[in-house]
Structures are given as C-alpha cells and as structure tokens.
Design a protein around this ligand. Structure first.
Ligand code: NDP
Ligand code: OXD
Length: 319
C-alpha cells in the first residue's frame, strides 16, 4: 500500500546497485537531482511501497519488482538490459544508460584494440628479437572494418574509426544511413554482405533472442581469412566452440574479448591461455558516476514533469 506524501516531500529513490557504488552515487546523485530542481531521499533500503524511482544495476540486489507499487520507473545504470528486460515482475517503464562516459570509454577501447592489430604492435612490443623486419603496415584506408550494431556505441566507434581513415561498414536491425560509414546494411539477409572482406569485425549489439550465437561457425567463415574479432558487446553473441575452432584453423587471426557468457571468466576457460585471444575483464566502457548521475537525474525530472523518459527500452525488441 502506498503512503500519502506531500508534494514538497523529497522523492524517494532506491539505489539498487552494488554496495561498492553506493558511496559515489550517494554523493553525486542528490547533487545532480538538485541541479534539475529535485530534492531526493536516496537510500539502499526504502520500504518498497514508498519508492518513487528505482536506480538499478544487474549486479545489485533487486530482482523482484512487484512490491514497488508506487514507483514510476526503473533507471538502469547499464546500457545492456538483457538481465532485466524479460523479468516478469517488471511492469514499470525501463530506461537504459546512454551517456558520454560510456560512449568515450567504448570509443577508446575499440580504437585502441583496432590500432593494436592494424599496426601489428605486438610484433614490436612483445617480440623484440634483434631481427630488422622492414614490413610497414597498410594504411587504415586499406583495412576494411565492419561493425555489427549501429546504436549509440556502434555509431560513435564508426565515427572514430572512419576519422582515422578505416573504411567502415555497419550492420543493424533496421536500415539507417550515416555519412561516417562507407555503407550500412540491415537485416539477417545482409549479414554476409556486411562481413565479406572485413579484416576487423567489432560486435556492438545487445544480447537478445535474435542476436544470441549470431557469430556461429558459418558466419565466422564470412570475413577475410585471419580476421580480427573484437567483442565488447556481450559474450553470448559468439558461439565459443566455433570461435575456438576458427582460431585453430586460422580463419580468426585474433579475438579480443571483453564480455563472456560467464563473468568473471572462469580461470580454467580456454580463452585465458589461448595465444591468440586477449581477455579484458568487462572494462570496455564502464558507467562513470558523474555522467550517469546527470542522465538519471534528467530522467527523474522528465518523469515528474510528465515528459517522456530518455532511452526507454523496447521490451518487445529486447533492447
Ligand atoms: P543500442 O541499443 O543503441 O544499439 C544496438 C544496436 O544493435 C542497434 O544498431 C540495433 O539495430 C542493433 N541490433 C539489435 N538487434 C539486432 C539484430 N537482431 N540484428 C541486427 N542488429 C541488431 O545499444 P548501445 O550501442 O548503447 O550498446 C550496445 C551494447 O554494448 C549493449 O547492449 C551492451 O550489451 C554492450 N555494452 C558493453 C559495455 C562493455 O563495457 N563491454 C558497456 C556498454 C554496453 P537498430 O539500430 O536497427 O535498432
Ligand atoms: C553495460 C555494460 O551494459 O557495462 O553498461 O556492459
């Protein structure tokens, strides 16, 4: 049962993120809310029936949304919502995180790992063996890159890569045009076309029923032989056994993986020891408190003012 509260009472906002993030958000979020004219009482343990808004993270404590009878919405600190989107107890609007911190983080990670392989940095940094091999790398303009997923992060990465000179092809669910890409294709029947000739492939799709195992044995055979696969999207976009086989045959020259079916990646997983797999521990783009707090505050302001929320998740599409 919800309690009656005066208009002037502070908003009750539940912080349902991990304990380690409580202090930074307890510092930043009330300030960001005050900056948009909202006085808030932020806590990790409000009585559910008194909560106005829920700030959520999948590594936090909350999985049953049914007692939150008064809440107006769930505001995710994560961009990917696969762990909440099908929760049957969730009947509230769900907004995901889109912000500059995530965008800049992802652009830097993708650009760094693309350039590592493009320039062949490992050969110089890891194998300094006294042999003078004069093998200059190609120019970026001669190295086709394909990005699967042209959303907030995929498009930002496409912009950065094309600014360096890479010819970038992009693929998405629905058709779109963007001057930063040399071509954009859409839908499953265009996937082969998107991947053919790619020397570097970047996965920036959400995990949904349609994208799970998208990169299976057959599709891993479509890019150029020896291609580099970067996955900062979600682990289950790739069939792991097919990837290990494709690494074995040389079809995949290197895989740099930030996300995995099981996280943390178990110590005995073959990816750790594979000489042509680089594991990064889900750090491609971390949600930064300062930028994320502003997005959360703006969405609370909008909700309270009866304006549409930003970055609403389409529960049917799953992202
Ligand atoms: P968006 O929702 O903005 O973009 C998703 C893109 O994927 C869209 O272009 C969408 O197509 C496309 N897509 C979705 N389903 C399909 C499909 N079935 N076939 C083809 N294309 C599809 O997400 P973001 O760019 O913000 O984030 C992408 C993902 O990155 C997140 O879902 C998350 O999993 C991951 N991520 C990883 C982080 C990390 O640290 N490793 C940090 C943050 C996010 P359309 O444009 O037509 O809708
Ligand atoms: C996210 C992530 O989805 O960190 O925000 O992966």
């Amino acid at each position: 049962m919800s309690t009656d509260r005066a208009e002037s009472d502070p908003m009750r906002i539940l912080f349902a993120g991990p304990e380690r993030l409580w202090e930074p958000y307890n510092d930043a979020l009330p300030k960001a809310l005050a900056a948009v004219g909202i006085s808030a009482d932020l806590a990790m343990d409000h009585p559910p029936s008194e909560v106005d808004w829920i700030v959520y993270a999948p590594d936090g404590p909350l999985s049953d949304f049914s007692p939150f009878t008064r809440a107006k919405g769930v505001l995710s600190l994560w961009a990917g919502v696969e762990r909440i989107v099908s929760n049957p107890t969730l009947r509230l609007p769900l907004a995901r995180m889109v912000d500059d911190g995530l965008r800049h983080g992802m652009v830097e990670w993708v650009l760094g790992h693309v350039l590592r392989h493009h320039l062949g940095l490992d050969a110089h940094i890891l194998h300094q063996d006294g042999v003078w091999r004069h093998e200059p790398p190609k120019l970026a303009q001669d190295r086709p890159v394909t990005i699967l997923g042209l959303g907030e992060l995929g498009l930002a990465c496409a912009g950065a890569l094309s600014a360096v000179g890479f010819p970038v092809t992009g693929w998405s669910r629905r058709p779109k045009e963007d001057p930063r890409l040399i071509r954009t294709l859409a839908g499953l029947d265009q996937l082969q076309n998107s991947l053919e000739d790619a020397e570097i492939v970047v996965l920036l799709m959400p995990l949904t029923a349609e994208t799970e195992n998208l990169m299976d044995r057959r599709r891993l055979s479509w890019p150029a032989p020896g291609f580099v696969l970067l996955n900062p999207g979600r682990g289950a976009l790739i069939d792991d056994d097919a990837l290990l086989d494709a690494l074995g045959s040389g079809q995949v020259g290197h895989a740099t993986l930030d996300v995995f079916r099981t996280e943390p990646l178990p110590p005995d997983h073959p990816f750790w020891a594979h000489p042509r797999v680089t594991v990064t521990p889900h750090i491609a783009a971390d949600t930064r408190v300062s930028t994320a707090a502003r997005v959360i505050a703006e969405n609370v302001r909008r909700g309270q003012a009866g304006e549409p929320l930003l970055y609403l998740v389409d529960r049917t599409a799953g992202y």
